[in-house]
Design a protein around this ligand. Structure first.
Ligand SMILES: [Zn+2]
Length: 427
């Protein structure tokens, strides 16, 4: 009899210990997401893409950059503005031009509170006969979502879970790679001269100034290029904040990617918007534009973006900047200075707007300071064509993934934005 009891309790312990039964309904979707993501270690970006879509202050990372181009010192009372060091450059290997990783697939994974057996442990269930009626394991108490949970859930998980913008007056808060968006508005997915790509990502949100910019830029670009319109990539999530994949910036509703590709004459289907890839304009050696894909229309497209009022930077691949410099000759144009080299950006431009007047806690980048040479001098471009960038040594051990940002890393106002009631979509 004692043996039977021992076997029963042993079996019970195995069942519970193995995490076989956990009531998932006691966990909020947010916690589930957090746990899944923490366990699943979802790759953030396609391996062929430089990790940093988010230029840091002055975004020139060449060692000889002028002092004014170097990151501004972060005031001590604003810990969130301190930037992590720039991610190590990744060789821009010429693979598929799709700069965007596929949508996140979350693998089913254990839930918080479940005690996991070591991965190599044999399955405990098979060998034991089950003569006794199997009692239900005791219910686990619901885990309350406490403040401390919030602090450890990656901020990208919290922001990605918000499907609608917050109520409140529109405001860009914080810094492009460390901020959020209050009262965001959506760019309609179809306009007279634009169409939004990758609609499933729900990243066609921005500060109203970004939507206004696109509504003006799209027809202007169509006019200067002869294209039917433009294809708009990622803007921001409804409440901004970090994205689970694809970007480091795009957090304050002031950044947008626009593809190097004319809008077609028909309204794209949902599937076309997900599966079409943008065109790579850069040659295989990453030192010049590709004559097979680069056209004068692309130059007009980039220039038109840089000429729009309120634009702080237009980021392009360095080979594209070099070609724009060659075409522009020795003319001194402030729009040319706003076109800056950055990793990736071989199949899209990234337009970054200045902080809007209505956003006192928004932090912008220093104005471009190299107007003398429009950022075109050999010295200004040398870094981007150096071995350090084009053929960096392979790390012997895989680099440790950076610690995911939590809400503690953000301006306190972003916590308010996350907690705010949602505003129903108006378009
Ligand atoms: Zn971008």
């Amino acid at each position: 009899m004692m043996t039977r009891i021992a076997v029963f309790f042993g079996l019970l312990a195995v069942l519970i210990g193995g995490g076989v039964a956990v009531d998932t309904h006691t966990l909020s979707p947010r916690m589930l997401l957090g746990a899944m993501q923490a366990r699943a270690q979802i790759p953030n970006i396609a391996p062929n893409i430089a990790p940093a879509d988010a230029p840091l202050p002055g975004e020139n990372s060449q060692p000889d950059a002028k002092p004014a181009d170097k990151p501004a010192e972060a005031p001590a009372q604003q810990p969130y503005v301190i930037e992590p060091p720039a991610a190590p450059p990744v060789p821009p290997i010429a693979v598929a031009p799709a700069q965007e990783p596929p949508a996140v697939v979350v693998a089913p994974s254990p839930l918080p509170g479940a005690i996991m057996p070591p991965p190599s442990a044999p399955s405990p269930v098979v060998a034991v006969p089950a003569p006794l009626p199997t009692p239900l394991p005791p219910e686990k108490p619901a885990i309350a979502e406490s403040k401390s949970d919030k602090a450890v859930v990656p901020a990208k998980t919290l922001f990605a879970a918000e499907k609608l913008p917050s109520l409140g007056k529109a405001m860009a808060i914080g810094y492009y790679p460390r901020g959020c968006l209050q009262g965001g508005v959506a760019l309609p997915v179809n306009g007279p001269t634009w169409q939004v790509m990758r609609v499933s990502r729900n990243r066609n949100w921005g500060h109203p100034s970004l939507v206004r910019f696109l509504e003006k830029f799209a027809p202007a670009a169509a006019k200067s290029t002869g294209w039917k319109g433009i294809l708009v990539g990622d803007m921001a999530q409804p409440r901004g904040g970090p994205t689970p994949y694809g970007h480091r910036s795009h957090q304050t509703g002031l950044d947008v990617d626009v593809w190097f590709m004319p809008m077609p004459g028909h309204t794209l289907s949902a599937e076309e918007r997900e599966k079409t890839s943008a065109i790579n304009l850069v040659a295989d050696d990453w030192k010049r534009v590709n004559p097979k894909t680069w056209t004068p229309q692309h130059a007009a497209f980039i220039r038109t973006a840089a000429e729009q009022p309120g634009v702080e930077r237009v980021l392009v691949n360095a080979a594209i900047k070099k070609e724009m410099c060659r075409m522009n000759g020795t003319r001194k144009d402030s729009w040319m200075s706003k076109i800056r080299p950055w990793y990736a950006h071989h199949d899209h431009i990234h337009v970054r707007l200045k902080c809007p007047d209505d956003s006192p806690t928004c932090r912008g980048q220093p104005a471009v300071t190299d107007d003398e040479d429009n950022g075109c001098s050999d010295k200004a471009l040398a870094h981007w064509f150096s071995d350090k960038v084009l053929n960096p040594p392979k790390p012997t051990t895989p680099p440790k993934p950076p610690r995911p940002l939590t809400m503690a890393d953000f301006p306190p106002a972003c916590q308010t934005v996350l907690a705010a009631p949602e505003r129903a979509q108006s378009n």
